[in-house]
Ligand binder design. Structure first.
Ligand SMILES: Cc1ncc(COP(=O)(O)O)c(C=O)c1O
Length: 372
């Protein structure tokens, strides 16, 4: 047989490298700070007062039936929390799926999207696979968004879609809200019509949101996720926009995209937002402590963060620092070879003991002068 796989797989797909996840579970891994998850096992906390409620909710799921196709109850709960209508919400299989649906909505021979770089990899990966041209606009040296440069590129490119992660991943900073507003306005002007996605995956840790601006900008799409607040395992993403936008995106969604167990777990946890808020406050405190400790560590440049992770640049080769940390059982995310991120590592803020283990290991790996 002489089947030629290359003859059927699209050129764009062949040219791709898959999204890289961390080292996952490997022997000797003590501390996992590589995927921006929450360190708090909600399941364990729920085992106390809320255990029975969660068990009952999961037990009541009729597994022989398809799930509620539009996750109506989850949307209704969220609508109450967020102060929007349920018709303004679409529930997805992680916000990754929301990103993919938005790309599907705009894809076509002439389609392009614009992103600042570095940013979350999935904006470009999915787009390229669909043949959407990706206009990348480099961030400034301090990772701020150069609004004039971005606007200029928008005028020339006229993309159908813009993704702004707010706070940005992997840099951790919040772009100037005035720059985001200027982009939103320019993308709903005479010359440019684009959906502007403000991805608030880390919004619980920044305390900032563009949600109150939905009425002002018809092209604004906000993404949220439960992944960063203790429920990465259930895969539940949230798209919020004006109802007209939601109606269009909903047309390309698979009928039963969010399974019934995830919907049931989300319903229980969303009814206990106080637990989530308490956890976020602990992480924010820890983030400030880790930022201060890294700021005082020789051989390290640390960048400001409003998220549940911190980006740092080491004087020593980042690849070597990453490998030495891993050898000590500490997993962080290695960006050393990514454009603009030479020798950069991203560390998720974990529980206090995990953060201490990371800080001790980093100090040991870098040595007293920071560059041994
Ligand atoms: C900015 C940003 N958006 C979206 C996602 C995807 O999250 P989810 O787990 O909801 O698919 C991530 C994950 O790291 C992210 O950093």
């Amino acid at each position: 047989m002489s089947f030629d796989l290359h003859a059927v797989v699209r050129t764009e797909v062949r040219a791709q490298t898959p999204y890289q996840t961390g080292p996952e579970s490997r022997p000797g891994l003590r501390v996992k700070l590589d995927a921006n998850e929450s360190p708090f096992a909600l399941g364990e906390i729920l085992r106390g007062a809320l255990a029975a409620e969660l068990a009952r909710a999961l037990g009541d799921v009729e597994l022989q039936r398809y799930p509620d196709p539009t996750a109506r109850e989850v949307r209704t709960l969220l609508a109450g929390d967020l102060g929007v209508e349920a018709e303004q919400i679409l529930i997805t299989n992680g916000s990754d799926e929301a990103i993919q649906l938005l790309q599907m909505v705009v894809a076509g021979p002439a389609a392009s999207l614009a992103i600042p770089v570095p940013t979350f990899a999935m904006y470009a990966i999915g787009a390229r696979a669909m043949g959407i041209r990706v206009a990348e606009v480099p961030l400034a040296e301090d990772f701020s968004l150069d609004a004039a440069r971005f606007l200029d590129r928008l005028r020339r490119e006229r993309p159908r879609l813009v993704f702004l992660a707010w706070p940005n991943n992997p840099t951790g900073n919040l772009f100037d809200p005035h720059a985001v507003e200027a982009i939103l306005a320019a993308c709903a002007g005479r010359d440019c019509h684009s959906l502007v996605v403000v991805d608030e995956a880390y919004g619980h840790y920044s305390g900032r949101s563009f949600l109150p601006r939905l009425g002002e900008f018809p092209n604004l799409v906000i993404l949220r996720t439960l992944s960063k607040i203790g429920l990465a395992g259930i895969r539940l993403g949230i798209l919020i926009a004006n109802a007209e936008v939601v109606r269009e995106v909903n047309k390309v969604r698979l009928p039963y995209n969010v399974n019934a167990l995830s919907q049931a777990a989300a319903r229980v946890v969303l009814a206990h937002g106080d637990v989530v808020a308490q956890h976020a406050a602990v992480i924010v405190n820890e983030r400030e402590r880790v930022l201060a400790a890294l700021g005082a560590m020789p051989g390290v440049r640390v960048y400001p963060s409003q998220a549940n992770f911190v980006l740092l640049r080491t004087h020593r080769r980042g690849d070597a620092v990453y490998a030495d940390l891993l050898a000590r059982g500490i997993a962080v995310r290695n960006f050393s070879r990514a454009p603009q991120l030479a020798d950069c590592l991203r560390v998720t803020i974990g529980a206090a003991a995990e953060n201490d283990a990371f800080l001790d290991a980093l100090a040991a790996v870098l040595g007293p002068g920071g560059d041994t």
